[in-house]
Design a protein around this ligand. Structure first.
Ligand code: FES
Ligand SMILES: [Fe+2]
Length: 417
């Protein structure tokens, strides 16, 4: 349980809010690169951290990300003309380059220097891993890009989708680290494996990049099977690795759109080899079935308006604990059911909520560090070079002293900026 004030601090991400200010210190996924397929293509609307924005690719292929409102008289730049290295507002023709400089102001007399005084709010962007990332914080505090492994592998090694979840980012993010729900919410859809058994031990280890959380479940006598998830600041996860060292790795990012919606990026990748058709099929059909977007939108086929296609017969039969189709839908449906913004003042947290409690503490501590001007976690790009893992240890062996050997990653050098 959190106080009302703590909850408010964590869930609000608009400009000037504590969490909004913290998130603006990190690179934020804004859209897929494929949404801006070629130079001078149509601009797209983007909403990030409660800000309405417009993204476009200029004549040289560079990305611009603007406040949606033209600084002249607030017309939407979405309707703008994307032409010759700039986006031109169609109301009175003011044109801006990707840095937000006004490069043409045809509505004013030619001798006027007014255009030199006007800028449109713009955010620097870079493309990594098929995603356009934005930095929305103070220029002097801009960090180097985090070396998330899925952004460093070749395109053939990665498969990504995204969809909107209609609730606050934090309850969705917490769901990603809620260890015990897998044994219930997803029962029936979990492939054969240890996740059906309740964990015996929980571990959360703070790290430079965020934390590693793990659940240890009983294996052979005297052994524990550990599933270790990785949390990267401020909203990333690597899902514990099932199926041995050659298994693909799943990743998510829960990006606030506004306080009542978040965009979930779901990535499957392999560090060393191209993904197999079968692995992409798994990503599409097994885990995210019906969490696929309705074509042309980020909204999912199963959603609040159709009760997530719940099938009461399947629920009753026990083939699926929920009767909802697929992991993604189950998570989405149940997390949205907690309310647009979950009221954490009325919770009753138990031992199985250990990781959720620690996740909140980690974020509150980061807010505290920021308020005091102390260094923030996750600012050193190389610190992100770890992987999630699944491994077995003798019961007597310390998780803490062993885990680093399993999560170390040999990522490639970053691509050129
Ligand atoms: S409102 Fe954009 S140029 Fe006038
Ligand atoms: Fe889940």
């Amino acid at each position: 349980m959190l106080s009302f004030e703590e909850n408010e601090q964590l869930v609000r991400t608009g400009p000037g809010t504590p969490m909004g200010t913290l998130m603006r210190r990190y690179w934020i996924p804004a859209l897929f690169s494929t949404s801006l397929p070629e130079p001078d293509c149509a601009p797209v609307r983007v909403k990030l951290l409660n800000e309405k924005l417009v993204a476009f690719r200029d004549t040289d292929g560079r990305i611009g990300l603007f406040d949606e409102r033209c600084p002249h008289r607030n017309a939407s730049m979405f309707f703008g003309r994307n032409e010759e290295n700039g986006l031109r507002c169609v109301y009175h023709g003011w044109k801006f380059d990707i840095e937000g400089n006004c490069v043409d102001m045809p509505s004013e007399p030619p001798e006027s220097n007014f255009k030199r005084k006007v800028k449109i709010e713009s955010y620097p962007c870079m493309e990594r891993g098929g995603v356009v990332w934005a930095y929305m914080g103070p220029a002097e505090l801009k960090p180097a890009f985090p070396e998330l492994e899925w952004t460093l592998v070749p395109e053939s090694h990665r498969f990504a989708t995204r969809h909107i979840q209609e609730c606050n980012w934090l309850q969705a993010f917490e769901g990603g680290f809620d260890t015990s729900h897998v044994s219930f919410l997803h029962r029936g859809d979990v492939p054969a494996g240890g996740d059906r058994v309740l964990p015996q031990r929980y571990e959360v280890l703070p790290k430079e990049f965020g934390f590693v959380s793990a659940a240890g479940r009983a294996g052979k006598p005297g052994e524990l099977n550990w599933m270790a998830n990785v949390m990267f600041m401020p909203f990333h996860k690597l899902i514990s690795r099932h199926g041995g060292p050659d298994a693909a790795i799943g990743a998510h990012a829960w990006v606030p759109v506004d306080d009542e919606n978040c965009m979930i990026y779901s990535i499957e990748y392999h560090p060393e080899r191209p993904l197999r058709e079968k692995e992409m099929e798994r990503s599409k059909n097994w885990r995210y079935i019906h969490a696929e977007p309705i074509p042309g939108t980020d909204r999912t086929v199963a959603n609040r308006s159709n009760d997530y296609l719940i099938n009461r017969g399947v629920q009753k039969s026990g083939k699926s604990f929920t009767g909802m189709p697929g992991f993604g839908v189950q998570d989405c449906g149940i997390q949205e059911s907690m309310g647009s913004i979950s009221d954490r003042t009325r919770e009753h947290l138990g031992r199985s909520d250990t990781v959720v409690i620690r996740l909140r503490r980690q974020l509150l501590e980061a807010l505290n560090s920021m308020a005091q001007g102390l260094p923030l976690p996750g600012m050193r790009p190389e610190s992100y070079r770890v992987r999630s893992a699944g491994f077995t240890l003798p019961e007597s062996e310390s998780f803490e002293s062993s885990v680093d050997d399993f999560i170390r990653a040999d990522a490639r050098a970053p691509e050129a900026a």
